[in-house]
Design a protein around this ligand. Structure first.
Ligand code: UT7
Length: 337
């Protein structure tokens, strides 16, 4: 552990990277195996393609290249990192966490490796945790990952079509570093409402049952992701703008001050509705769901890395990261770049 430093005040994003698996799955590919169509998927979600991991390619395999890129862009090595935070709801194994696997495979020092769940909000929750450790001077450089290998858990039959056409695999990583400059994470706000847990969930395996998963569970598809799409949609279009406004108010800022909003890539229609509610220019809300689908905890760090590489974020810009998803959970981070 690094020594506490009283002069450290801000946490900023010093490097980003992302990786998506090679296999591109088009809407027509899905229409060939289930009762759906390119037209339906594009109209309802905006998605054109997504990536699926290959057999034998797990969450940590996707995370490693993203982390390598993030370290390179921060001009740091594994030895500079003080803590690993790994946000995923599709870990390689039930236990131990993917953070431990990553620590070993990439040769990090014997630092803490913390897996967090929180599904679609995982990256923003992770950013909030990293911010606290850095602001209080405990750590100087934290690796935060959002990575998901979801395709192996999808029901690619007609029954699962409402869920499986949306999701994809991928990984994004960011290095959160300490600075004494007037920049970085200005605020984070975290929320949850567990009464909606069953609207978007995977029921099995469950510790309520012994064994935790049975043949009957498998036959009933209780190990597959289930979603009440309309209910999730209804809450998402309310919570996204609410979380953005909360972040603005906490920092005495207006929408006009914001250069870019990077939302969790849930559905292009959700992002468009959020944009309409907030006003502001058409390109204020970043979208790349067309290419990658909904990659849950990976979607914000992938989008952030792409936005940076496209020159959409410059030094001094105010950027809002905002997420909503299973739990229900939602969260925001307002960053001065
Ligand atoms: O990241 C976590 C957060 N997740 C989200 O934010 C997702 C939120 N929800 C959504 O994005 C949307 O609810 C969906 C894209 C999942 C579904 O869109 P929708 O406009 O809410 O469709 P729906 O569920 O109301 O279904 C409309 C129709 C139904 O047919 P009938 O009953 O009208 O005959 C469905 O059976 O579309 C049918 N349908 C499909 N048709 C073709 C459902 N899935 C498909 C499909 N292809 N894949």
């Amino acid at each position: 552990m690094t020594q506490p430093r009283s002069d450290v005040r801000h946490a900023y994003i010093s490097g980003t990277g992302f990786f998506v698996p090679e296999k591109v799955v088009t809407n027509d590919d899905l229409a060939a195996i289930m009762d759906t169509s390119d037209e339906w998927i594009q109209e309802r979600t905006g998605i054109q393609t997504r990536r699926f991991a290959a057999d034998g390619e797990g969450t940590t395999d996707l995370a490693i290249p993203a982390v390598e890129e993030a370290l390179k862009s921060a001009s740091l090595t594994v030895d500079d990192i003080d803590l690993i935070i790994f946000a995923t709801c599709t870990p390689d194994h039930y236990l131990p966490g993917s953070g431990c696997l990553l620590q070993d495979r990439m040769g990090f020092r014997e630092i803490g490796a913390l897996d967090i769940r929180v599904q679609c909000s995982g990256f923003v929750y992770g950013l909030s945790i990293a911010d606290q450790y850095i602001k209080t001077g405990v750590y100087r450089n934290i690796l935060l990952i959002g990575a998901e290998a979801q395709s192996s858990g999808l029901d690619l039959s007609d029954e699962g079509r409402d869920v499986s056409v949306i999701f994809g695999d991928g990984a994004g990583a960011a290095i959160i570093s300490a600075t004494e400059e007037d920049r970085g994470i200005l605020s984070t706000h975290l929320h949850s409402e567990g009464k909606y847990a069953r609207e978007l969930w995977v029921e099995s395996p469950s510790t309520r049952n012994n064994p935790t998963i049975s043949t009957a569970d498998l036959e009933a598809g209780r190990h597959r992701l289930k979603m009440n799409g309309r209910e999730v949609f209804r809450h998402a279009v309310a919570r996204f703008p609410e979380a953005i406004v909360e972040a603005l108010q906490a920092n005495n800022l207006n929408m006009d001050d914001i250069t870019l909003v990077i939302p969790h890539q849930a559905n292009l229609r959700i992002s468009q509705m959020v944009a309409n509610r907030l006003g502001g220019p058409n390109d204020l809300i970043y979208s790349n769901i067309q290419k990658y689908g909904n990659t849950t905890a990976a979607s914000i760090p992938i989008a952030m890395a792409e936005a940076i590489s496209e020159g959409r974020i410059q030094s001094g810009d105010y950027v809002v990261l905002v997420a909503f998803g299973s739990g229900f959970t939602w969260a925001s981070a307002l960053i001065k770049w």
